[in-house]
Design a protein around this ligand. Structure first.
Ligand code: HEC
Ligand code: HEC
Length: 367
């Protein structure tokens, strides 16, 4: 505001005016906190130890920093932040607008819609088991060096949520419920962006999916009994996935998460360089059945289309990953029969974890 007197002299002062959207509510949280910490929600054996016959434990790829282990109060705060539309400039979208639990924390749209109706540059990523991505870099192109760095970016993104970190702090401190949640999580009522980043990261790392049909094939000793669990078709798919079709070479461990960025030959000439040379990471394939469309640009609508692509669609380009080339350097052709293709799809559907998709611990606290 600027005031001017009769002689023309002026005095100015700046105020931030926050008017919350009228339809926002306060979160409803359980009286005794949900459990998120490893101590209260132990990872199953096939996630923590390697045993014969499985795909290997993902725990070696755990990207949790020593300074930000999951606590019940930290992840509770993270859950509230994740679902709170106050994290966008016009209270229009929350993280969950583009990362929906029913779709394994991805979005059914090819490109997601931001707070002012703009579209994201790439397809939203599923967040299940993000904790087990080796190296801990985030986004399709790994541009964020850690999850703690990643989670602040959508908030500031001009298309996605459109807030400055200063505005974020101001808005959160004007609510009735955040100061107490910050105190429970971090010991004082102070709201800082570092604490926001840590809490959101704890919640995202708590999105572990470990109760699919695939997981239930493993005994308490971490050894799988695929024969006794899967249909003949799923079993054939499992054998192809970890054998002749070579999928496990990139989508590895019992969390089916990629080991790094790869150029998979989606196109002969690269339009999106990703992490350089057309390389991208793939999120864990857990719950892949429910989170179409697929790939960084959402180009495939079905898992059948994805397998057909690996079967005979891989394009030659200078960056094409050696794992998708013949020894002579040509793009690999798998020559799958229709029966084998469908078996691979059936096997990927054993990664669907209904418990995870409806777990109240991970759902919105806003009515
Ligand atoms: C408007 C839609 C939108 C909103 C809102 C949004 N995201 Fe995303 N998210 C995306 C898209 C699109 C990508 C992939 C972008 C890319 O890689 O270029 C992504 C990627 C991610 C990733 C990377 C996953 C990985 O494995 O690398 C994480 C983590 C994530 N988002 C968390 C969040 C959090 C936390 C919030 C809220 C603070 C949020 N997102 C808000 C659309 C959105
Ligand atoms: C060379 C490593 C590599 C191999 C081998 C490989 N993939 Fe992938 N896969 C990737 C990468 C990288 C992506 C992400 C590519 C992108 O979006 O540009 C991906 C994406 C996918 C997706 C979509 C994931 C999503 O979130 O949209 C599915 C499903 C998939 N792969 C299944 C398979 C199957 C089935 C096989 C075996 C027939 C296989 N992959 C072999 C690296 C690989």
């Amino acid at each position: 505001m600027t005031a001017r007197d009769t002689t023309g002299r002026t005095a100015s002062q700046q105020f931030t005016v926050v008017v919350f959207s009228a339809d926002l509510t306060a979160p409803t949280l359980p009286v005794s906190s949900f459990a998120y910490s490893d101590a209260r929600v132990p990872l199953p054996r096939h996630f923590t130890q390697n045993a014969a016959g499985g795909g290997g434990s993902p725990v070696g790829a755990d990207n949790t920093p020593a300074t930000n282990a999951i606590t019940d109060a930290g992840a509770t705060l993270g859950r509230v932040l994740f679902y709170d539309r106050r994290l966008s400039l016009n209270d229009g979208v929350s993280c969950a607008s583009c990362h929906q639990q029913a779709f394994a924390f991805s979005d059914t749209a090819v490109l997601s819609t931001g707070f002012q109706g703009g579209r994201t540059g790439r397809h939203s990523m599923g967040l299940a088991n993000a904790r087990f991505y080796n190296g801990g870099r985030f986004f399709w192109d790994e541009r964020a060096a850690s999850l703690e760095a990643q989670v602040l970016q959508p908030i500031q993104d001009v298309t996605e949520m459109g807030l400055t970190l200063e505005q974020l702090q101001t808005k959160l401190s004007l609510t009735a419920y955040y100061p107490a949640l910050f105190e429970a999580a971090f010991g004082s009522r102070e709201i800082t962006t570092d604490r926001v980043a840590r809490a959101l990261s704890q919640y995202v790392r708590a999105l572990t999916s470990t109760d699919s049909k695939f997981d239930r094939a493993f005994g308490a000793n971490g050894v799988p009994n695929f024969e006794g669990t899967f249909t003949a078709q799923e079993l054939l798919g499992q054998q192809l996935y970890s054998g002749r079709a070579g999928c496990a070479r990139c989508h590895g461990t019992n969390a089916h998460i990629s080991d790094g960025v790869h150029n998979t030959g989606l196109d002969a000439s690269i339009t999106d360089a990703g992490a350089g040379n057309g390389r991208f990471k793939a999120p864990s394939l857990r719950n892949v059945e429910v989170r179409a469309p697929y790939m960084h640009d959402g180009r495939f609508r079905t898992l059948e289309q994805v397998v057909d692509f690996y079967d005979r669609g891989v394009q030659n380009n200078p960056g094409l990953d050696p794992r998708l080339r013949t020894p002579g350097g040509q793009p690999l052709r798998l020559n799958l029969s229709l029966q084998e293709r469908d078996a691979l799809v059936a096997f990927m559907k054993t990664f669907t974890d209904r418990t995870f998709l409806s777990d109240p611990r991970l759902a919105s606290p806003f009515r």
